[in-house]
Write a protein that binds this ligand. Sequence first.
Ligand code: SOE
Length: 391
Amino acid sequence: MGKTKKVRVGMVGYKFMGKAHSHALRDVPFYFDTEVVPVLQAIAGRDEPGVKAAAEKMGWASYETDWRRLIEREDIDVIDIVTPNNTHAEIAIAAAEAGKHVICEKPLALTLEDSKRMLTAAEKSGIIHMVCHNYRFAPAVQFAKKLVEEGRLGKIFHFRATFLQDWLMDPNFPLIWRLRKEVSGSGTHGDLGAHSIDLARFLVGEFSEVVGMMETFVKQRPLGTEMDINLRSRAVSSEMGTVDVDDASAFLARFENGALGVFEVSRFCRGNRAGNRFEINGEKGSIRWDMENMNNLQVYFADDEPGLQGFRTINCTEVEHPFAGAYWPPAHIIGYEHTFINLMVEMMNGIAKGRSPQPNFEDGVRNQAVLEAVEKSVQTGTWIKIADVLN
Ligand code: SOE
């Protein structure tokens, strides 16, 4: 323990993701012996009573009402960005230029161009940077990656993913920031699709081309308050505003290694609260994962004995499963918040070793290129090559 070094974190924002990140940062040293340990130094938000209360509740040592002040402070080493998407680029670039390491929520930016500027700034100043795709840090997903890398599935033919929710189906649900293009960049596409794209890139590899479709089922909504952590909100006005982002997005993809991908994300799928699922089919086996049962991985291996073949469930809570051994005895399951703890461990190890964590801003840029290629495909009605969008 004598060798541990402390890094002082300054977080911008304190709502849903602020809660997830604060908890994760606090719990890193509780469960893991990382060389670098985060300290919850300061938190920033514009509303003073709100940020003060958040600082007290979540254990931050101090607070600021302007994120610029946080970046100026010499007692801050890392900036953690958990604000709406339209603010990511400005804060991340300022932080990188000030020599602070950066953790940024997904999607990395509003546009591919902004995400590229963020990557350039980060690389220029040599900081450690990370984009928060937390689902790849579920032990079962990490174990799926290990099986793929070991060749247990052989050549991959198919990847299919969904991320389905239903909290937006009420036509009176108000026009919160997630439904305004200038703040969020896109609707389900960037919010949920970015997660599925990250899982695909992590498990299968780079995309080569995509063709997609998108729909906005409810085009006018009452103006309203922000959403609470239970995905509930209520209108505060009878005035209506236009929804300029998608409610649902679906696309087909080809990967560089020849695999085919099918993706569907929506906030209009009754009964699906967080239907974040994928299936991979390879020549020697298949894998299925469902976030609503996130400790389990379903596997099928073609070389299992005839008569005993079939999908079986591995409960990924054993020491053999990445990250799982740090928590509880086998079958003592972990949850959503632990995916963020594991993500923060990756960030702390990156800082300790001076190596880029994954996913980093380059992954954020590549993710954004796929998002943007799908949007372009919807506009043109054609297949779009990722290389044409990226370069
Ligand atoms: C809301 O749609 C949301 O909270 C996303 O913003 C998250 O990234 C996703 O994990 C769950 O749903």
